[in-house]
Design a protein around this ligand. Structure first.
Ligand code: PMP
Length: 410
């Protein structure tokens, strides 16, 4: 806590909300890596979750045209009609559902909808509970706490290919549960919710009509194992599921800040949040996103194919490193190897010590499991590789990891 520090500086105190706000350690580690690179250190980085491709050229051109044509003022808070309609068609078509433009709101990325959803369905300090995946995207827990709700983790198990056991979900739901957060394909494990799990989750939720579902499907186009499916397709689930998707991962547009949320009831509520915060997403980026969705998809398809190749490469290489085992992730662009034995061999107390030593001694930047919540009891130590990196970087990075483990191996 910052209180004593602030007291000595004689500035007014901060709110509990501000002091409890967590962060996304990928950005913290990225700053660390950039500082080392500026000092001239040679670092192979696997720490940031974004495609390493340029935004497709047709999308770039659409943005330039929007600027030249004077389409750069405010837009309605829900987004321009053209993008809402295009996103509604795309979200629906990929899931076998029908959405109208009115059901869809455009935000400055998918991320803001996490906070908007939690703030829209829980009350501050009212003991409202939110169930969320651990390991998981750190913003879930951070925003649950900052909004004064109670974080209730549900553990993803390596033995289930990083899905949770639906029986565990059943056990965690109480009358105070207001929201369940799902993420498929999943960051950081690459795990996916299969058809049988979705059936089971839907069946459980039917008995608990007080629970909303935030379906974080930002990696929906990057599903490799089987077909991607959404909980919203299950009986009774569509009305209470908020589907969240966006342009960042599918079209290599992370910095353009365009995301979508689809839910009939919450669309006007999200719109009001946006009026209160960002006013609207970037007008220019919105026209770029219209082109991304409605234009040719060959660049997106090529990126996807390249992620599959790199997934196979990194998983194969990781499994040759002593003390490292890696399951094949079903989607996204993350590998989540178990490094319990590698930690023991190299006398690292845990995955975070291993991560720091890999960065400082081997020049390999990864994230540790603790950056994604508490460790899953009984599941050992993990680190995360974002394999949105060149095949050369993957070869070099895993060779460095291998040399490190062998050099320090007991
Ligand atoms: N959800 C998950 C699971 C993510 O991994 C990310 C990006 N790392 C986001 C949401 C946020 O995406 P955006 O860039 O669209 O805000």
């Amino acid at each position: 806590m910052n209180a004593p520090h602030h007291a000595t500086l004689a500035v007014p105190r901060l709110s509990r909300r501000a002091e409890s706000l967590g962060t996304e350690n990928a950005f913290v580690v990225l700053a660390e890596v950039n500082a080392l690179v500026r000092q001239g250190r040679d670092i192979v980085s696997f720490c940031i979750g974004q495609p390493d491709f340029p935004t497709p050229e047709n999308v770039q051109e659409a943005a330039i045209a929007a600027i030249r044509e004077g389409r750069h003022g405010y837009t309605p808070s829900a987004g321009i009609d053209e993008l809402r309609a295009a996103a509604a068609r795309d979200i629906g078509a990929r899931r076998g559902l029908e959405y109208s433009a009115d059901d869809v709101v455009v935000g400055a990325g998918a991320k803001p909808f996490i906070a908007y959803t939690i703030a829209s369905v829980t009350d501050y300090g009212a003991d409202d509970e939110v169930i969320y995946p651990v390991p998981g995207f750190p913003i879930y827990e951070s925003q649950i706490a900052a909004n004064g709700a109670i974080p209730v983790p549900i553990f993803l198990r390596e033995s289930r290919d990083f899905a949770f056991d639906p029986a565990e979900l059943e056990a965690k739901i109480t009358p105070k549960t207001r929201l369940l957060i799902l993420n498929t394909p999943h960051n950081p494990t690459g795990g996916m919710l299969g058809a049988a799990d979705l059936d089971a989750i839907a069946e459980i939720l039917v008995g608990h009509p007080q629970v909303w579902v935030f379906a974080d499907e930002i990696y929906s186009r990057l599903a490799y194992a089987g077909t991607f499916e959404s909980l919203a397709t299950r009986p009774g689930m569509r009305e209470r599921t908020i589907i969240c998707d966006g342009a960042s991962k599918t079209w290599a547009m992370t910095g353009w800040r365009i995301g979508f949320a689809a839910n009939r009831i919450l669309a006007p509520v999200f719109t009001r949040w946006i009026t209160n915060t960002d006013s609207c997403a970037s007008h220019i980026s919105q026209w770029a996103a219209v082109e991304a969705i409605t234009g040719p998809q060959d660049a997106a398809d090529r990126m996807r194919a390249s992620f599959v190749e790199r997934r196979d490469l990194i998983v194969r290489l990781l499994n040759t490193v002593p003390g490292v085992t890696c399951r094949t992730p079903g989607g996204a662009f993350y590998a989540w190897p178990n490094v319990t034995e590698a930690c023991q061999r190299t006398s690292c107390a845990d995955s975070e010590v291993l991560r720091k030593r890999l960065l400082m001694e081997a020049g390999v930047a990864v994230l540790a499991d603790i950056h994604f919540g508490r460790r899953v009891p009984g599941d050992g130590q993990h680190i995360r590789f974002s394999y949105a990196a060149s095949p050369e970087a993957i070869h070099e990075g895993i060779a460095r990891l291998d040399a490190f483990v062998r050099r320090h191996g007991k």
